[in-house]
Design a protein around this ligand. Structure first.
Ligand SMILES: [Zn+2]
Length: 173
C-alpha cells in the first residue's frame, strides 16, 4: 500500500535531504484501517527523473503492528511505479494530447493511453468535487479539458485526493 504524502519539498530538496528528511508519523493504517501508529520499517531506493536529471531517492517504509502489512510514503511529486515525476508525465501527456510531442514518442503514447483509459474515473472525481460543467463528447477534447482541470486544481493535490477514485492511481491500469 502507498500513502502519497505532501512533504512540501521539490524533488531536488527531497533528494538532498535523503534519509535525514522529516518523515511523518502515521496513526492510521491504510490497509486494515486500524488506529495504530505505524512503525518505521527502513527504506527502499528508487529513481526519479525530471528534466534530464536523475535522482536516486529513499522512500520511507512503515509497517502496521496490527496487520503486519507494509506501507510506503511516496512524495506527491511522484506517481507510483513511474520513474518520471508527476510534472514531467503531465507535461508530456499534455504535449501528446495537443499533438506537440517532442521526442520520447512511445513513452508519450503510453501516458496518453493510460490517461484515456481512466477518463471516466477522472471525470467522476471532478463530479464528486462539485464540478457541474459540461465535458466535451469527443474523447481527445474531453481528455484535454480534464487534464486542464487537473492542472488547475494542482497536480499533486489531484494525485493525493483522487487515490480513492482509482484502483491504484490515475495512471495505473
Ligand atoms: Zn494495518
Amino acid at each position: 500500500m502507498v500513502i502519497i504524502y505532501d512533504f512540501h519539498l521539490s524533488l531536488k530538496q527531497y533528494a538532498k535531504r535523503g534519509k535525514e528528511n522529516n518523515f511523518p508519523e502515521v496513526d492510521k493504517c491504510p490497509c486494515c484501517r486500524g488506529k495504530v501508529r505505524l512503525r518505521r520499517h527502513g527504506f527502499f531506493w528508487r529513481n526519479a527523473l525530471q528534466r534530464g536529471n536523475q535522482y536516486r531517492i529513499p522512500i520511507c517504509r512503515l509497517k502496521c503492528p496490527s496487520c503486519q502489512k507494509t506501507v510506503s510514503l511516496l512524495p506527491d511529486f511522484l506517481i507510483p511505479h513511474f520513474q518520471y515525476t508527476l510534472s514531467a508525465v503531465l507535461e508530456q501527456l499534455r504535449a501528446g494530447l495537443l499533438g506537440k510531442t517532442v521526442g520520447y514518442y512511445q513513452l508519450v503514447q503510453f501516458y496518453r493511453k493510460r490517461f484515456l483509459a481512466q477518463l471516466k474515473q477522472v471525470a467522476m472525481f471532478f463530479r464528486d468535487e462539485g464540478f457541474r460543467g459540461i465535458l466535451p463528447k469527443d474523447t481527445k477534447a474531453k481528455a484535454i479539458k480534464l487534464l486542464e482541470m487537473v492542472l488547475a486544481l494542482g497536480k499533486a493535490t489531484f494525485l493525493r485526493r483522487s487515490t480513492g477514485h482509482f484502483t491504484s492511481n490515475f495512471m495505473a491500469h
